[in-house]
Design a protein around this ligand. Structure first.
Ligand code: B12
Ligand code: SF4
Length: 473
């Protein structure tokens, strides 16, 4: 790149690491149990290759890479900067100085857990390069834009960011500094009030180019965890999740684009398993069949992992899984108590889970599950019920893996908007990093459980899970 060439910098802030020795130990025990389970259930895969285990050092923001792909396709120069590398490189501050020389625009992503770090990066950039326009986006600031604007971001993009970032980059490259005609932005007006430039209705996913992972910094290649999305969005409205609201509908990508992206994944990352991380994977069986069969044809030695909702599991779907190398499935169970599932607006019941798991079991070697403690309505009784439900599923041989997290009300969710309706309290917090689902002083309490009791239940579940996973292999 010529030093005079203007560049768009895309920055992924590091996630906070847990400081709790207890949580660290639980994570290690879980990882060892998972390794043993995978070696037993899927001996055909080399689990000593850390890429297959997905226990890589770095995680990647697919959102930023997708934005980068569209900008590059439009002739712009893009650099992906990852804050996770700061400890390894030791020259983070000089990276920021260097940004000022060439940036026409800086875009920073964040989910809630790393949003404090995102704001620290905004401060650092502004201290050294006060005139560089900085834009924030992603699932956190889309719902709480004010703080980002107060800290000096020129705009916050609401929702999907590819086209908005392209329009912003073109605007700043032309030397304009008024971007209020671009849709989907939160901006500060002359009086300091936050204004919205109006919704952006169209999201033409088929016009977005596939990601080329070669844009990743050299140190991250071969040591990072990436996902492939064959689509985006969800039609459900679980009260603890912002996904349905964020994307508003399901978007599916052209299969050829997915294949091109997997080709790049294989070249740059090189794991034997590709994790299709769509929220609505499997919800349309003929399309799932078409996608899985095309992937199998193009990559005959590659295996697939995905998430699926229990109520989407049908005999036809499990046949697709067995026929086309889908060997690892994750189901969000959350609770083993129907009254809690109802409060969460999950739209599924305990019997839906049993039905789905029994259908999947003969065809899928690894069945994973995710659980939450401290949900609205949770008390000692509901959590005991949930824990014995989990235990029974393992004993019946229907589960191979489970993970547990503490319920946290994220911005954009129904529960965050109206905690009183769900009878939970959100305590005063020192920063958004406390909204981590493994934080040892949970930010919430229910009518019956205080924050400490919720953390104790988290530990009880996590310890039980390790025993169940070990016993089942
Ligand atoms: C992959 C993933 C991860 C990965 C990597 C995340 C990453 N860096 O992107 C890892 C494993 C690290 C992860 C971790 C966690 N995750 Co996660 N994760 C996801 C998942 C499944 C996919 C993200 C993704 O790639 N989406 C596809 C891309 C295309 O969408 P996107 O990232 O949203 O980006 C688009 C827009 O947001 C926007 N955009 C994004 N960034 C920017 C930046 C700019 C400048 C602009 C303009 C626009 C923009 O444009 C992008 C393109 O359209 C999402 C759910 C989902 N389906 O989105 C949850 C999700 C992001 N995770 C979530 C959570 C809660 C977590 C955890 C806290 C859970 C936990 N274990 O405790 C942890 C983090 C805690 C920790 N300390 O580790 C929540 C976030 C809620 C919130 N407000 O924070 C989500 C939304 C799931 C959910 N529905 O609850 N996660
Ligand atoms: S939890 Fe899953 S099913 Fe529910 S809204 Fe979120 S993505 Fe959709």
């Amino acid at each position: 790149m010529l030093s005079s060439e203007k560049c768009v910098y895309l920055i992924n802030p590091a996630l906070p690491k847990t400081s709790s020795a207890k949580v660290k130990k639980l994570q290690e025990d879980w990882a060892n149990a998972e390794y043993k389970m995978l070696c037993t259930k899927l001996p055909q895969i080399n689990w000593n290759n850390s890429l297959n285990l997905r226990r890589c050092r770095y995680n990647v923001s697919i959102g930023l890479l997708s934005i980068g792909a569209l900008l590059q396709a439009n002739g712009l120069t893009v650099e992906y900067i990852d804050d996770q590398l700061q400890d390894d490189l030791g020259n983070w501050e000089s990276e920021i100085l260097h940004i000022g020389e060439r940036a026409c625009l800086v875009g920073i992503t964040a989910m809630t857990a790393n949003s404090n770090r995102a704001l620290t990066i905004v401060d650092k950039i502004r201290n050294t390069n006060p005139h560089v326009p900085i834009v924030l986006g992603g699932c956190h600031f889309s719902y709480v834009p004010d703080i980002a604007l107060q800290r000096g971001a020129i705009a916050v993009v609401d929702g999907p960011g590819e086209v908005a970032m392209l329009e912003l980059a073109k605007c700043f490259l032309k030397g304009r500094n008024d971007c209020s005609d671009i849709k989907g932005l939160y901006l500060k007006n002359d009086t300091g009030r936050v204004e919205y430039s109006g919704p952006r209705y169209e999201y033409s996913i088929e016009k977005l180019p596939p990601i080329d992972f070669k844009i990743l910094p050299m140190q991250m290649k071969n040591n990072c965890e990436v996902y492939i999305f064959s689509g985006r969005g969800c039609t459900h409205r679980c009260a603890f999740c912002s996904e349905g609201h964020f994307w508003r509908q399901i978007y599916r990508r052209p299969i050829n684009d997915v294949i091109t992206e997997v080709e790049s994944h294989n070249r740059v990352i090189g794991a034997d398993i590709v994790f299709l991380n769509d929220s609505s994977f499997g919800s349309d069986v003929p399309l799932t069949k078409e996608l899985c069969s095309a992937l199998r044809k193009r990559f005959p030695d590659m295996f697939l992992r995905c998430m699926v909702r229990a109520d989407a599991v049908t005999e036809d779907l499990v046949k697709v899984f067995s026929e086309y190398g889908v060997i690892d499935i994750q189901i969000g169970i959350e609770s083993g108590c129907d009254e809690i599932l109802k409060k969460l607006n999950k739209g599924e019941t305990v019997s839906d889970y049993i039905r789905a798991l029994r259908l999947l079991r003969p065809y899928v070697p690894v069945i994973r599950s995710s659980w939450m403690v401290g949900c609205p309505g949770d008390n000692h009784l509901t959590l005991n019920k949930s824990l014995s439900f989990m235990e029974n599923l393992f004993l019946e041989g229907l589960l191979d893996e489970a993970t547990v997290r503490i319920f946290v009300p994220y911005p954009g969710t129904a529960i965050f908007k109206n905690p009183a309706k769900y009878r939970i309290s959100i305590r005063k917090y020192r920063g958004w990093h406390e909204f981590d689902r493994r934080f040892e002083k949970p930010v919430i309490s229910t009518e019956s459980l205080n924050s400490q009791q919720i953390f104790d239940w988290y530990v009880k579940f996590a310890e039980k899970i390790v025993t169940l996973m070990e016993d089942s292999t």
